[in-house]
Design a protein around this ligand. Structure first.
Ligand SMILES: Cc1ncc(COP(=O)(O)O)c(C=O)c1O
Length: 425
């Protein structure tokens, strides 16, 4: 930790406090000989399209989540496209969705004529706000998309109760939450249909890939018919008649990705443990400085797809841009979270979304406005992102803590200096 003599913040001319190498500490995904061997084995076997490793991956995910039916896909987006198809809804039916998510939790439904209705996210765990969800239910609402954002399980008790009361299905997007638990149940087992993305940044990546999981056979069968002809052939039901065509999409995962995904899933617990140890350590120190770090309540085991914290101006005496600049000057890797709110994007505000949905002529489409969802919009402005430190040593984390402490300790001087440097108006 710095002494008082050389305690000048780097932004005011002092020496940066974060000096250790951050490349290894933040490198992800973690790929080892085991991954290489698994991929080579597929090449040696020679079946690079329909290799049994795909079935094995599905069995792994069924076991991991406890969901009875699993179907591997070539992306999380494709798995979500299949999930919305599986619900067998009518054009113009509505699904309640968060805006604070990656676009793929929402947009695929439009290709089935389903209308996304955006809801606020709540401040505690950044998932759907049950109060707003209930307000947005209409006679056309059929389902809710639940996203465990950044690895924080959503408020399932309240969302289940709403779903039950209004007879709504739950599509769980667990793409950020491999290994998270809600009341000892795996995220990935909490929806009628669940989807994981296995894209390269995720906690158990495959390069590109996705997993569709269903509680009921009917959903699985529709997902199979949608986009996987080799699997339609295996069906023992009249649905086998679609084997020559599918429903016009191809969603099958590549075996080399499936092989990677199996190895990555095997190592998930130990790698999640490392991230959690690092980020809980950091969080406890940052909480003491006035940041909100989304440490979960007792009944939740969260994971850290990304490490997002909240800045509260009432507790931290400099503005967010100044804070970010001061921490950057100290050598911290710090950024704003990378998802813009979905409902504010031109795709929605300019009307392209409803073009894709091709609604019946008499249908009165909803209007999407950037000013909707003031609670989520305001909250989004206060979030900052730090590395998720899959591989950091304690010394590097201590340097981060020291950098935050120094910037907060000198907040007033940093603010004054900034005001002095502002050009006169
Ligand atoms: C919450 C969420 N859902 C869905 C997806 C889509 O997954 P993919 O990139 O595998 O298509 C992502 C991907 O980043 C995501 O973050």
């Amino acid at each position: 930790m710095p002494t008082a003599v050389n305690d000048l913040p780097a932004i005011l001319g002092g020496r940066p406090l974060v000096t250790l190498d951050q490349e290894r500490a933040t490198r992800w995904p973690e790929l080892t000989r085991e991954d290489e061997e698994a991929v080579l084995q597929i090449i040696r076997d020679g079946n690079i399209s329909t290799h049994p490793v795909i079935h094995e991956l599905e069995a792994d995910y069924a076991k991991f989540t406890g969901m009875p039916y699993a179907l591997a896909h070539n992306s999380g987006t494709a798995a979500l496209l299949a999930a919305f198809f599986a619900l067998d809804l009518e054009p113009g039916d509505e699904i309640l969705v968060p805006s604070a998510t990656f676009w793929a939790s929402v947009l695929p439904m439009l290709w089935h004529g389903i209308i996304p209705i955006f809801c606020e996210s709540e401040p505690d765990r950044l998932g759907l706000d049950p109060m707003d969800v209930e307000k947005k239910i209409t006679s056309r609402t059929r389902a809710i998309v639940v996203v465990h954002l950044w690895g924080l399980p959503s408020k399932m008790t309240e969302l289940y109760s709403i779903a039950e009361k209004h007879d709504l299905k739950i599509i769980e997007d667990a793409s950020h939450a491999h290994g998270a638990l809600w009341r000892d149940k795996a995220c990935g087992s909490l929806g009628d249909i669940t989807v994981f993305s296995l894209q390269g940044d995720k906690l158990a990546p495959a390069g590109e890939g996705g997993i569709f999981l269903a509680r009921d056979y009917e959903y699985y069968e529709r997902a199979v018919c949608f986009g996987d002809i080799t699997r339609i052939i295996e069906l023992k039901t009249p649905a086998q008649r679609f084997a020559a065509t599918s429903f016009g999409i191809k969603t099958r995962i590549a075996p080399m990705s499936a092989a990677l995904a199996r190895v990555q899933l095997r190592h998930l617990p130990e790698r999640n443990r490392r991230r959690n140890n690092n980020l809980v350590f950091l969080s406890k120190h940052l909480e003491a400085l006035g940041f909100h770090t989304y440490l979960p309540p007792e009944h939740i085991h969260r994971v850290y797809f990304e490490y997002i914290i909240r800045y509260d101006h009432a507790r931290i005496p400099i503005s967010l841009p100044m804070l970010v600049s001061a921490l950057e000057a100290e050598g911290c890797m710090i950024a704003r979270p990378r998802y813009p709110l979905v409902h504010q994007q031109p795709f929605f505000t300019e009307g392209h979304a409803l073009d894709i949905a091709r609604l019946p002529p008499d249908f009165a489409p909803p209007k999407y406005h950037a000013k909707d969802l003031p609670q989520t919009t305001a909250a989004n402005e206060t979030l900052i992102k730090l590395p998720s430190f899959p591989n950091a040593d304690r010394e590097l984390l201590e340097q981060y803590v020291a950098a935050f402490q120094r910037v907060i300790r000198h907040a007033e001087a940093i603010r004054t200096k900034h005001l002095e440097q502002k050009p006169a108006e």
